[in-house]
Design a protein around this ligand. Structure first.
Ligand code: FES
Ligand code: FES
Length: 160
């Protein structure tokens, strides 16, 4: 017998950067889709869509996740933090990024910044090894890795 699974549309509330947003989405919609297409916060980028590149990194209850891999339902009742909030909470990190001209094309950079900020939140003075570990899941096709590492170090010094 032919059967077809039908995803259900539900009304939900997403809390992003301490603001609530009413959305109507299927429960299995990737969180990234909801953030970008339903809420309109387009700073978070779609890269591989397979959990491999880190372009879609946001925080869920303060921890970095790949939003292309997390169903929106999982994020209900949790705090989502996106790149749009870093201007107020991690301005010293953004400034280091600007001072060192880190981005090339820029596409991967929101994800890089979210991973870097998560690292500094837990470890304000990270070693090279800690930086390498924290940033290893964020791919940059332009090869800005060296400047990313310098900017994280600069932000750590400037935060003291
Ligand atoms: S777009 Fe999510 S990891 Fe690449
Ligand atoms: S700056 Fe171009 S992909 Fe990273």
């Amino acid at each position: 017998m032919f059967t077809k699974s039908i995803s259900k549309f539900l009304m939900m509330v997403l809390t992003i950067n301490n603001k609530n947003y009413d959305i109507e989405a299927t429960t299995d919609m990737p969180l990234l889709w909801a953030i970008r297409d339903l809420v309109g916060l387009t700073g978070t980028k779609y890269g591989c869509g397979k959990g491999l590149c880190g372009a879609c990194t946001v925080w869920l209850d303060g921890e970095p996740i790949r939003s292309c891999q997390v169903p929106v339902l999982v994020a209900i009742g949790k705090n989502i933090t996106t790149i749009e909030s870093l201007e107020t909470t991690f301005s010293h990190l953004q400034k280091a990024w600007e001072d060192l001209n880190v981005p090339q094309c820029g596409y991967c950079q929101p994800g890089q910044l979210m991973s870097a900020a998560a690292l500094l939140k837990h470890n304000p003075n990270p070693s090279d090894e800690a930086i390498n570990n924290a940033m290893s899941g964020n791919i940059c096709r332009c090869g800005t890795y060296k400047r990313i590492k310098q900017a994280i170090k600069m932000a750590a010094i400037n935060a003291k």
